[in-house]
Write a protein that binds this ligand. Structure first.
Ligand SMILES: Cc1cc2nc3c(=O)[nH]c(=O)nc-3n(C[C@H](O)[C@H](O)[C@H](O)COP(=O)(O)OP(=O)(O)OC[C@H]3O[C@@H](n4cnc5c(N)ncnc54)[C@H](O)[C@@H]3O)c2cc1C
Length: 352
């Protein structure tokens, strides 16, 4: 039986541990912060392929959505599939957005003003939209903790991994503040902590600075039963009635705003944007979750096996990609290769 160390108990590490456990490996998970991750704890959890950088990226995300559907059968209670009402743009731009997705085989429907009034009666000023019925949301830290538990992994929460131990060109274990652990393979799912750990091996992983903040309101009467994505940004309402608002009107692009504003400023601005579409809506902020998003410099995931005994898996949009990434990690550890959909995501691209 192979013994594998997974560094990081966020959703990517948890998904990797889960798939490794199912592949018959003995897993030890190490996380300095504990279960649930850092970015994973602050995540909006939107499961989608509509936000994509290019066609292969679309297919990766779409395959990951299907993997989530399968995972939700095995690990219930954390997924919802209500679909997303998209009204970021109108007219020809909305048409080309919808046609582009439909062309890729993504379920898409144009919705007119009367249908919008009927299903989203409190939403104001939206006369046309695109509905994406296959999209959903995941309660990210909850799923991460459930996957850790079901992986059968031995967990070691608290110690920080200081270095990876290399012998003869192979990674054979890790060094923590509380001692060394040896294993047949080490899987590095440390999010934004990854570049520092691989730098000691002479490997580079440049990342984009992408601080994120998630506004969580107190539970309120239901205003939407679907995800919404419009000029006010993305929002959704949890089963308990809380509204979740990433604090940027653009996808994954809140670095400049987040760097110059306090979390309180960000929350006020986010609520003001929501009130443009839900006039008079009284919302009370319950908490603001902040975390750095792990985004490799070209925006695409990293998932590869750069050295014998070492797998690296770092990515945004990790809430969406996690189950597919977890399976790929397990395949790399047990078979030495994984689904070709990951071929272009090697860490090698940053070593030139
Ligand atoms: C505000 C926000 C909104 C988002 N919205 C979405 C979305 O809607 N859809 C989507 O798909 N994705 C979204 N994402 C991205 C997604 O949440 C992340 O890609 C994903 O959570 C990354 O998971 P991870 O396990 O790699 O990282 P993390 O959750 O950050 O976990 C990494 C873990 O590694 C541990 N660690 C790091 N270094 C060490 C070390 N040296 N020793 C021991 N432990 C270490 C940390 O303690 C941490 O627990 C969002 C992210 C943010 C912040």
């Amino acid at each position: 039986m192979k013994h594998v160390i997974v560094i990081g108990a966020g959703l990517i590490g948890a998904a990797a541990a889960y798939s490794l456990g199912r592949s018959g490996c003995r897993v030890t998970m190490i996380d300095a912060a504990g279960a649930g991750g850092l970015a994973s704890r602050a995540s909006f959890g939107w499961l989608n392929a509509s936000f994509h950088l290019d066609v292969p990226h679309f297919h990766l995300r779409h395959a990951a959505m299907q993997a989530h559907v399968a995972l939700s059968q095995e690990v219930p209670d954390f997924h919802d599939w209500p679909g997303c009402l998209w009204f970021e743009e109108t007219g020809p731009q909305a048409q080309s957005f919808a046609e582009g997705l439909a062309h890729l085989g993504y379920p898409t429907a144009r919705i007119d003003a009367s249908s919008i009034r009927a299903r989203w009666p409190l939403l104001t000023g939206v006369d046309e939209a695109v509905f994406l019925p296959g999209e959903g949301a995941v309660e990210t830290p909850g799923l991460a903790m459930a996957l850790c538990q079901r992986s059968g992994a031995e967990v070691w929460f608290g110690p920080r991994v200081r270095a990876l131990i290399e012998r003869g060109g192979r990674i054979i274990g890790v060094e923590t503040g509380e001692g060394r652990v040896q294993a047949d393979a080490v899987v590095l799912c440390a999010g934004v902590g990854t570049p520092e750990l691989i730098a000691g091996l002479g490997l580079r992983l440049p990342m984009l600075p992408r601080p994120g903040a998630m506004v969580v309101t107190r539970p309120t009467a239901r205003i939407t039963d679907t995800l919404l994505c419009g000029p006010m940004g993305e929002m959704r309402q949890t089963r308990e009635g809380r509204i979740l608002l990433p604090t940027s009107p653009g996808h994954q692009g809140d670095s400049a705003e987040a760097l110059t504003q306090t979390p309180g400023d960000l929350a006020r601005a986010a609520l003001d944007r929501v009130r443009l579409f839900f006039p008079g809506l009284a919302l009370e902020v319950e908490q603001i979750l902040t975390a750095a998003r792990p985004v490799p410099a070209d925006g695409l995931p990293v998932l590869s096996n750069p050295l014998p005994g070492l797998i690296v898996a770092v990515m945004h949009s990790g809430a969406t990609l996690a189950p597919l990434a977890g399976q790929a990690v397990a395949d790399l550890v047990t078979n030495g290769h994984c689904d070709p959909v990951w071929d272009r995501h090697s860490l090698d691209r940053f070593q030139k």
